[in-house]
Design a protein around this ligand. Structure first.
Ligand SMILES: Cc1cc2nc3c(=O)[nH]c(=O)nc-3n(C[C@H](O)[C@H](O)[C@H](O)COP(=O)(O)O)c2cc1C
Length: 250
């Protein structure tokens, strides 16, 4: 009886969830509107395909990769999954045009432009090839500008996120940006400091179309990160996270 009640409850919860993130999962083409945030040197074929294979949406981190290396990573990922995944490109990469060309030639479905405000021309080149473009919106004014530049989706990422962070917390950004675009069709994903399902649901209920998670995926079995790196994440508490200007110990 208990498990029957639980199953019915789970079905009701899943139906509600499907409804809440429909815009996001339709946009991504994935079962769950949960993106595996690109993490340089961590989000490669193994982790990305593992996320996509279970119904999430993995994203390859191009980072400082050359176009040749990116091509290999995309093809390697396509061998490991037939589900949709994306590619994250850093806009200040000196070979950005060549990286975009690789994405077009390898039939990538979604490109995430990160690390600054992209030029409208690069957004148009990607869109003209039939690829969906997502961009990070670190403030409401930039979100409005990116929508005018016709990006297909936005990611709101706050200072709780791993990687390069902005000055505003995710929850404050979300409360400022999500209601503003409430009546618009554009899907908005929230990233930064998300570690539990309840948190995802709260952003969905606030109007997000899905969420992006990075840190939580670092310590998974499928992640190629070094075991010492994974252990630090597992052992740490909230107080251990410190923003740093350090890029590497060298
Ligand atoms: C180790 C690490 C590397 C990252 N590298 C990138 C990157 O190359 N490009 C990018 O857009 N975001 C990068 N991020 C941010 C993630 O894509 C994601 O948005 C972020 O981790 C979400 O916050 P969370 O870590 O609290 O889940 C990185 C995050 C981490 C933890």
């Amino acid at each position: 009886m208990y498990s029957y009640t639980l199953n019915v409850r789970n079905i009701i919860i899943m139906e509600k969830l499907d409804d809440l993130w429909k815009k996001g999962s339709d946009f991504l083409g994935s079962k769950f509107s949960i993106m595996g945030g690109a993490m340089s040197w961590v989000s490669e074929r193994n982790l990305v395909s593992a996320i996509s294979n279970v119904g999430g949406f993995g994203v390859i981190a191009c980072g400082a990769m050359s176009p040749e290396l990116l091509k290999k990573e995309i093809i390697g990922t396509q061998i490991l999954t037939s589900n949709p995944f994306g590619v994250n490109l850093i806009v200040m990469h000196p070979q950005l045009d060549a990286l975009v060309e690789v994405c077009i030639k390898t039939d990538v479905s979604h490109v995430v432009l990160a690390g600054g405000l992209p030029k409208k021309s690069i957004i148009q080149t990607i869109k003209n090839a039939g690829i969906k473009v997502l961009c990070f919106a670190p403030s409401l004014s930039l979100a409005k500008r990116l929508v005018k530049m016709e990006v297909d989706a936005l990611i709101i990422e706050g200072m709780e996120a791993g990687g390069h962070i902005g000055p505003v917390s995710t929850s404050v950004l979300a409360q400022e940006i999500l209601p503003y675009f409430h009546n618009e069709q554009i899907p908005i994903f929230v990233a930064g400091g998300i570690g539990r399902g309840e948190m995802i649901v709260s952003y969905l209920e606030m109007g997000a179309s899905g969420c992006q998670i990075g840190t939580l995926f670092v310590s998974t079995n499928e992640s190629i990160a070094h075991k010492n790196f994974k252990e630090i994440f597992i052992k740490s508490t909230a107080r251990d996270a410190v923003p740093s200007v350090q890029i590497s110990s060298k």
